[in-house]
Structure formats: structure tokens, C-alpha cells
Write a protein that binds this ligand. Sequence first.
Ligand code: ACO
Length: 504
Amino acid sequence: GKNIGILAIEVYTPRTFISQSAFEEHTGVSSGRYTLGLGQDGMAVTGDAEDVNSMALTVTHSLLEKYNIDPASVGRLEVGTETLVDKSKSTKTVLMDLFLGNTDIEGATVINACYGGTSALLNAFNWVESDSWDGRYAIVVAVDIATYARGPARPTCGAGAVAVLVGRNAPLAMIDPRERATHASNVYDFFKPDHTVEYPVVDGALSQLCYYRALEDCYSKFCDKVDRLNNNCVVGGCGEVDEQQQQHYFHAEAADYFVFHAPYNKLVQKSYGRMYFMDARRRHARERMMMTEDSEEKKEGSTHSTAAEAAAPQSVLFAYEDLTKPIEETYSDKGLEDTLKSISKASYSQRLTDANAASKIVGNTYTASVFLGLASLIDKAGSRGDLTPGKTAVVFSYGSGALATMYRLHVRTPTTSSSAACGGSSERIFTIEEMAQKLNLSARLATREEVHPQELDLALETRARMHRCGAPYSPVYPTVGRMFPGTYFLNGIDSKWVRSYSRV
Ligand code: ACO
């Protein structure tokens, strides 16, 4: 196989942050509302001195520098963002300042709420897999500054950027490109129709519902595809399955790790619980189908379970009504939610805690969120030595509007004499250990500066002013002295609307 996947990864998040408990006090809400209610501990803060262009420059420059990547060895560069600074000129073109001498780079900026980065990643995977691949690397940059107007959504702000190097013979690679499953639909849950403000129009309750629907649709299709491939059928061409044959069914504990788009941690916890419910419903539907097909077995009450499926946890806990009623009626069932929470709790800690560690203290980073999850997993589990060959991670990316995809990666040892290599780039070996060591994410996040929640208000006011004032404009927050070394910042917008950047 070509083993297409992630070779290297870098994260940038602003140096200043607020604590969610201080923010609860500051906004006068009940204690625990953001920390326990949303499951968030901190939130990255930045103002008008940074924009997605500067953050993308910071993270991409850092990736190239840390891994000593020759800019000429990059043939594709694609950005996902929804924090637009320009309706036409893409952030990808701004990044070309880092690739002087190499103008032969495909890719643009992809926009769809929090999904653009995943779309860019899938484009990169497809390019590296295709006949048009010229042996060079692809880079995917996901970057956003998540902002909301005052109100219940404001504790889910955040800011961050992730850059990913994509190629063949990867240590974190797709198992089979046919496994991925997508949900695309037309909903108005979160969108940005007003160009005079940065904030979205958001229906919080609807956006949660749309997230669940997308997850469940992706998960069901993903399970079908993985099961068919595992049981030696080709997707789309699967005929009769031998009932006597041992069948293996994917389930909520069948991957070592799960990485979800994380607007706030509580949603991820609840969503993971929903997967157990989907497992039970799928199993019930299978049993019903088999019983209809085989009346003998119906009499005996046989379930066709296999060892692999029996290991699928606690599906017997659900009432018959839960397994058969329309899924829409189950979302508001608090009793069901409690059951799902308790049966998924231990597995959640085991399979999702590492991936969520960073987003709990950085906040929502929109397109970058799911990539921050991957980086956090590599940082935590990778540096413990737990990301051994064969370990798998299922990724779920959601963007409002809505687009969502689920796909699976596995850890592998790159081959040293790569037959896949047909250009210079693939001959270099990248490893999980190198990624974990170069990310050094937890340690870097621990050096951030906690600021008073008032600074979030100030930072967001400066961003709102920038939106209102047009050109020329001189940014004020944060000051250069409060940025990490290597951070790009916006010098200003001149009278012809041209933005210029410098590096700390
Ligand atoms: N102590 C403990 N828990 C509390 C407290 C408290 N003092 N106060 C409230 N809670 C709990 C509630 O009981 C509720 O718990 P539950 O989820 O178990 O039911 C939880 O906190 C959330 O409270 P709600 O009243 O339901 O919601 P809230 O008004 O806080 O708003 C929301 C939350 C809708 C997520 C809001 O922050 C929002 O609109 N965010 C932006 C949209 C978003 O992120 N959508 C997700 C997908 S789309 C995307 O990524 C942009």
C-alpha cells in the first residue's frame, strides 16, 4: 500500500488564555456552568494583532523550521478556515511568502465552518494517492479564531492553528481510503451571513442536534463500510453474507482512540455515548433481520452473535422501545442520556481523554479543532510510548451547515527502503516519536500566561473595531511582548487595504 497519512504536525495557539472558572465569576453565571456544564477549563485569547493569516504563517513557518522541510519539496498547500479576512484573496496565497522560489504549489483555501480543514486534508490524501502526485509533500493548515457575541456561546470561543505534513509511508496512515464516511446536508445551525461582524449567527440547540445527526449518519455508514471491508466484501458490491461465517462488527470500543471535533468537551462526551446507542440499535436491527430470514432461529432466540460482537458492550441495557423508536425522539431523553454516560464513561477516559486534553484548555478552534485533537493524542499517548504499531484512531470532523466525515488512521512503522517513494520527499522517515517530541504540546501550553477575563472582552472589542473600521488600521491587542517567540503578528492594514505581517 501507499500508506498515505500524516508525517508531521505542528500546533500554534496564542500565549494568553483565561480560566473558565474565572470567566464564570466574571460573567456572573452559576459556578460550574462552563467548567462542569460545558466541560471546559480554559480558553485561548487573542485580539486584533493576530488574524488567521498571521496564525497560519506562525504554524506553517514553525512546521517547516522544526522538521527542516525544504520549501521546494512541497507541491500542495491547502488551508481550512472560517475566520475570513478577505472574501477573495485566500490565506493560502499569504502563506506563499514562506515558499519563496517555489510557485508550483497547488491548493487554495476551503471554507465550510469547522470542516474546511478536513476537506483540505482529504484533498491532500487524494492528491498524494493519485497519478498527479509528483512525489512532493502536501501541507494542510487548519486555522481559526472562534468568537461569539456575549451570551451562552461565548465560553466556547478559542483560537488555534495546526499544520500537517502529508505524504506516503506515513507513521499515522489511512488503513483503507474506502473506509471514510460523509454526511452532507442543508441546515442553518451556525453561519456567518453578516459581513460587518465576525460573530456567527448560531442556534446552539440546533447545532448540537445537527452534530449528533451528522455523527450518527457518518458512524452508521462508517461501520457498514468497515464491516464490509473486514468481512472481505468490496464496498458497493457486497452480496450475501454467509450466516455461519464469523462476522466482525465495528463498535464504540473497536478503535484504540477516537478524535472528535470539540466545540466543548461535554458535547464530545455525550456524542461518544450516542455511539453505544447506535451500536445497540444496529445490533438489534441485524438480529431482527436474521430472525425474519430464519424462523428456526427465531424460535430458539439465537442472535448470531460472535465473540467480537459479544464484546460490544452493554447493548442489552437498552429497552426494546429505545432500539426501535425514531432516532429523533431519543435526543431529548434524559434517562437515556444518563445510561449512555455511565456505560461509555470508562471507555471515554481510556479512548478520548488524550485527544481532548488540549481543547479543554484552548477552547474551540473551529477547523483546527479535530487536528488539535490528533496533536493532543500524539503529544500525550505518543510521548508515553502508547502509540505502538497497529493502534487505531477514528476521527470525526463536523462543520455546521453541515458537512462531516469520519475516517480511520492507524499507527505503523514506516519502511526504510520505501518502494512507494518516487520522489525525494518520501525517502525521509518520519515517526510518531519525532512528532511527539517536536510538538512538546503539554509543556508549551503550560507556559502560557493566564489573563483576567476582562482581557477577553477587550480582545474581542479590538477585533470588532477592526471589522468596523476598515482601512487604514493599526492593531493594539495583544502587544508583541506577550506573544511566543516566532509568532507572526499583523503590523497593520494600509490605506489600500493591504495587510503586512512581522515575526516576533
Ligand atoms: N453547574 C453544572 N452544570 C451546569 C451549570 C452549573 N452551574 N449550569 C448549567 N449546567 C449544565 C446544564 O445542566 C447543561 O447540562 P447538560 O448538557 O447535561 O444538559 C449544560 O450545562 C449546558 O447548559 P445549557 O443550558 O444546555 O446550554 P448553555 O445555555 O450553557 O449553552 C451551548 C450551551 C448551546 C453549547 C452554547 O454554548 C452555544 O451555543 N455554543 C456554540 C455552538 C456550538 O458550539 N455548537 C456545537 C456544534 S457546532 C460548532 O462547532 C460551532
